[in-house]
Design a binder for this molecule. Structure first.
Ligand code: FAD
Length: 383
């Protein structure tokens, strides 16, 4: 693996860094308190091409490889995980999945809007009764002439109340072999689809997480993504790449923890000198730095494997598992460096910790990542 970034990768990283410092960092406390980022950020992300990375230019994408996508995701995650998550879902889980599995018509219908930020996408897999065991979902799509009629509900859907389209997973067939799940691209203004925002989250407070309710939602058969019964494969392929994106966001959190801890430690004085002089404070900072590097290298390896067309699913689980736990550790260590000031939101460590915590839960909990890795190592499925 070549660890040297190309000129394009260096340029896009700098673009994302400048954007984060200018458009995100100054607002994060206010957005966190208000429980909403400024929606105008989506168009700005689109204008810079950050919502079109890895998508072919003919569909409005900005091209680029997965390492470039990681670099941008890291920088956005350094600024605000709520903003990073909008990109990880609308581009990472929805647009990239449409680009991979969609018909020409579906690509032309959805990709230009999603990549420009004119449209927002969400990914509807989890249900109130099925999270880790997503294959057992109960939302049902029944064929009726040229249409499908969908009934059910979805839980914890990122971008849920903002989205114009939901990539929705529903059971449409009892045919054996594929868990009977199909994927549909459902416009959120379709009659029968209602949404309720979930408030009171520990972190990612700026993000519109929602419950979706589907009552006799009618979509044409042409809204199906990939063939009938292929939906679970569609979901798993989206999440495998999605885990790289989450891992990159976690690297960003850990980097923010490192930057802020170093700055504070070299300014704050106790016992007549800056706290950076105290060895135990240096230990906290060193532990963060090692976590940043290790998480980044694991994440970049996944990007490199994807860009070279190599198998990457197990490596994506390793990166997501390590990086998410590392982000929690790093943010917690940073909070310790800040002492009591780490406990109030005028300083960044507390929010970093709250935002990091969910990374060990979504797109497969840490336990589920271990089962994916364990299955690859032993050949035994222990789910
Ligand atoms: P459960 O599956 O009920 O798990 C509970 C506990 O049991 C966990 O510790 C888990 O690790 C453990 N467990 C379960 N099965 C096993 C097993 N076989 N072996 C060992 N331990 C096990 N979903 C979407 O579809 N789209 C989204 O956009 C989305 N965004 C989200 C945003 C937020 C803020 C949150 C909190 C969640 C989001 N989710 C989304 C849902 C998320 O993916 C699920 O919460 C996650 O998969 C876990 O499911 P669960 O919450 O039902 O927990």
């Amino acid at each position: 693996m070549n660890l040297e970034l190309s000129e394009e990768q260096t340029a896009v990283r700098q673009l994302a860094k400048d954007f984060t410092d200018r458009e995100i960092t100054p607002h994060v406390v206010q957005w966190d308190r208000a429980e909403s980022v400024d929606r105008a950020i989506v168009r700005k992300l689109g204008a810079l091409g950050f919502l079109g990375l890895t998508i072919p230019e003919e569909y409005g994408g900005s091209g680029g490889d997965h390492l470039a996508y990681c670099l941008v995701t890291e920088e956005l995650g350094r600024g605000d995980s709520s903003v990073r998550g909008i990109v990880s879902v609308s581009l990472g889980l929805v647009a990239k999945t449409v680009a991979h599995w969609g018909t020409e018509e579906q690509k032309r219908q959805w990709l230009p809007g999603l990549t420009s930020g004119e449209l927002v996408g969400c990914f509807g897999l989890t249900e109130p009764g099925t999270g880790s065991d997503a294959g057992n979902l109960t939302t049902r799509a029944v064929r009726d002439g040229d249409d499908y009629v969908i009934n059910g509900s979805k839980m914890f859907i990122t971008n849920g109340t903002w989205a114009d389209v939901v990539l929705l997973f529903a059971r449409s067939t009892d045919a054996p072999g594929h868990k009977g799940v199909s994927a549909f691209l459902v416009p959120t203004d379709t009659p029968g689809l209602t949404r309720r925002e979930i408030h009171g989250k520990l972190g990612l407070r700026g993000q519109a997480t929602a419950e979706l309710f589907l009552e006799d939602v009618r979509v044409p058969a042409s809204a199906m993504l990939a063939s009938e019964g292929k939906g679970f494969s569609v979901a798993m392929s989206a999440l495998a790449k999605g885990r790289m994106s989450v891992a990159a966001g976690c690297v960003g959190i850990a980097q923010a923890a490192l930057d802020s801890a170093v700055k504070y430690a070299t300014e704050r004085e106790q016992f007549g000198r800056t706290i950076a002089h105290h060895q135990l404070v240096q230990e906290l900072i060193t532990d963060i730095a090692v976590d940043v590097d290790a998480a980044r290298l694991l994440t970049w390896r996944v990007a490199d494997l994807i860009d070279r067309g190599q198998p990457f699913v197990t490596e994506a689980s390793k990166a997501k598992l390590f990086a998410s736990e590392a982000a929690v550790r790093a943010a917690n260590n940073a909070l310790q460096v800040f002492g009591g000031y780490g406990y109030i939101d005028e300083y960044p460590a507390g929010k970093l910790l709250r935002d990091a915590r969910v990374m060990t839960l979504y797109e497969g909990t840490s336990q589920i990542q271990k089962l994916v890795i364990g299955r690859a190592l032993t050949g035994v499925s222990a789910f």
